[in-house]
Design a protein around this ligand. Structure first.
Ligand code: GLC
Length: 533
């Protein structure tokens, strides 16, 4: 059993594991993952040693954005199963002491949601003001210059009523009008619906987008834009995102969660650190964890990352709990970004930094981006803005379970191709291999669970140069030193440290080695050292 402090809540001392339901396990043989499939893998979550499972959207959806376009917030898409399947999964996770976190997508619905169908039917429909409708600008132009994240204008003209509606993403994803109290009530009731069913928390989709400027002012050009970036980056997102009023909405969400006890909200926020930390809310009335995407966004350079950790730690409000993540369903996989060897260093970093770690399914196997032939592209982002490498299919391919046909994911051809090298990067091939990535993750997770210094302890940076990143984690008398070589050459760490011994290394071959204040590192070597008192 774990040795966690009772003063900490589960989402502080626990590890979150993100499942992209379409790609985790297919139980009904249609090539797309489902809830029964996930249920059949609960043993795996337990064996791996994670504390909470976050499911990307499972709700009824036309799947234009693979579930992030929701047509009913209080149901399960038949593709994934039923509410009964969901209840069965929740019960099983809970029975084994694990939590379940759902994706809450408040910014927009599907254009097939009955609310939008009503809203678009006439200007005086009671649901008209549930979405963002504006008159055309001069000569029928869009109301302002805001751009869609997925390419093109963010405004779609609707001939039926002669107005434009706003969509931050696809035109099939109209934005809700969160300034409308009726929308607020309806959406808070969605949270209650799932909390009543036993959900332990929510990952809140694009939370910084929810409220837009009440005057709909034009955005200015971004001087740092260059071709190759997503087209929406041409403009600064000053007036369509991160508006001050968003914090009031988040407070209302938080109040609902607080009605239910120990629940958690993690918010998707892609903003600079100074802005990110405001999402903790004044006195902790915001989201529990505003996602910290630095390890996804920063170059893999020890000095850059060391500075970023210190800056983040320094900016956190006293009541703000940190968090770290290496990947998700919107970003290239870590093994592709930094290579297989450094992905092991990243794993050690993720599971030894201070703050809640979130893993993305398959990271524990070293899964990499899978090239998608043009005829198999699914992601609307890639279809709208082709050729820039923005498509997200490569990081959404099936979880790699076995060396057998279709890697044990499905009886049928999967919706996205399976990696060619799956036979060596699958659970079956790695689970008993003492040097595999999967073994490294399991050992790291085991250490994390066992050692309060690692899961809740303080963070202290340690002086290091060049490609070496070093820090200590401290809780009471217990102290660990983590030394990571982010470079491709040999390196040395030496600091004024007490002596100790290595308890875990990225290559899984240095355990027990003595540490006397100095340690030599091979390329991509990393060690966790237990320091003596
Ligand atoms: C978030 C999701 C992404 C989705 C977008 C629109 O960024 O993570 O997958 O496409 O929101 O809902």
């Amino acid at each position: 059993m774990s040795a966690k402090s009772e003063e900490h809540e589960w989402w502080q001392s626990g590890v979150v594991y993100q499942v992209y339901p379409r790609s985790f396990q297919d139980a009904n043989g249609d090539g797309v993952g489902d809830l029964r499939g996930i249920l059949s893998r609960v043993d795996y979550f337990e064996w791996l040693g994670v504390d909470a499972v976050w499911l990307s959207p499972i709700y009824p959806s036309p799947m234009k954005d693979f579930g992030y376009d929701i047509s009913d917030y209080c149901g399960v898409d038949p593709l994934f199963g039923s509410l009964e399947d969901f209840d069965a999964l929740t019960a099983e996770l809970h029975r084994r002491g694990m939590k379940i976190v759902l994706d809450f997508v408040p910014n927009h619905t599907s254009d097939q949601h009955p609310w939008f169908q009503e809203s678009r039917s006439s200007r005086d429909n009671p649901k008209r003001a549930w979405y963002i409708w504006r008159n055309p600008g001069p000569n029928g132009a869009p109301p302002n210059n805001w751009l869609s994240q997925f390419g093109g204008e963010a405004w779609e003209y609707d001939g039926v009523t002669g107005q434009y509606y706003y969509h931050a993403f696809l035109k099939e994803q109209p934005d809700l009008n969160w300034r409308n109290p009726e929308v607020q009530e309806a959406m808070l009731n969605v949270l209650r619906f799932w909390l009543d069913r036993g959900v332990d928390g929510f990952r809140v989709d694009v939370i910084w987008h929810i409220v837009k400027d009440d005057e709909f002012r034009n955005n200015d050009p971004d001087p740092n834009y260059h071709p190759g970036l997503a087209p929406a980056r041409r403009l600064l997102a000053t007036y369509n995102t991160d508006r001050p009023e968003v914090h009031h909405i988040i407070e209302r969400m938080r109040d609902v969660l607080d009605e239910y006890g120990e629940k958690m909200m993690v918010g998707e926020v892609y903003l600079p650190l100074e802005r990110l930390v405001t999402y903790y809310g004044a006195q902790g009335s915001g989201v529990h964890l505003p996602f910290n995407f630095q390890l996804i966004e920063l170059p893999w350079h020890a000095r850059v990352i060391a500075d970023a950790i210190d800056k983040y730690e320094g900016l956190l409000p006293s009541y703000g709990w940190p968090n770290w993540v290496l990947g998700n369903h919107d970003n290239p996989r870590i093994a592709t970004r930094i290579g297989a060897a450094q992905a092991r260093v990243a794993a050690m970093m993720l599971l030894t930094l201070r703050g809640t770690p979130t893993m993305y399914y398959g990271e524990e196997l070293g899964m990499h981006n899978v090239p998608i032939p043009p005829e198999r592209v699914q992601d609307p982002f890639e279809k709208n803005v082709p050729g820039l490498g923005l498509g997200r299919d490569p990081e959404r391919t099936p979880m790699q379970w076995s060396t057998g046909p279709r890697t044990g994911f499905s009886e049928a051809e999967p919706w996205l191709p399976i990696a060619e090298d799956y036979a060596s990067r699958c659970v079956e091939a790695q689970r008993d291999d003492p040097h595999s990535m999967l073994t490294l993750y399991r050992r790291l997770l085991e250490l994390w669970r066992r050692e309060p210094a690692l899961n809740i302890g303080d963070y202290r940076s340690a002086p290091a140069q060049g490609d070496v990143l070093a820090y200590r984690r401290v809780e009471g008398d217990s102290q660990f030193l983590i030394v990571l070589n982010l470079g491709g050459g040999a390196a040395v760490f030496s600091g004024m440290m007490p002596v100790g011994h290595v308890v875990l290394s990225t290559h899984l071959d240095r355990e027990g080695e003595a540490f006397n204040g100095r340690i030599e590192l091979r390329p991509a070597d990393g060690v966790v050292v237990r320091l003596e008192k």
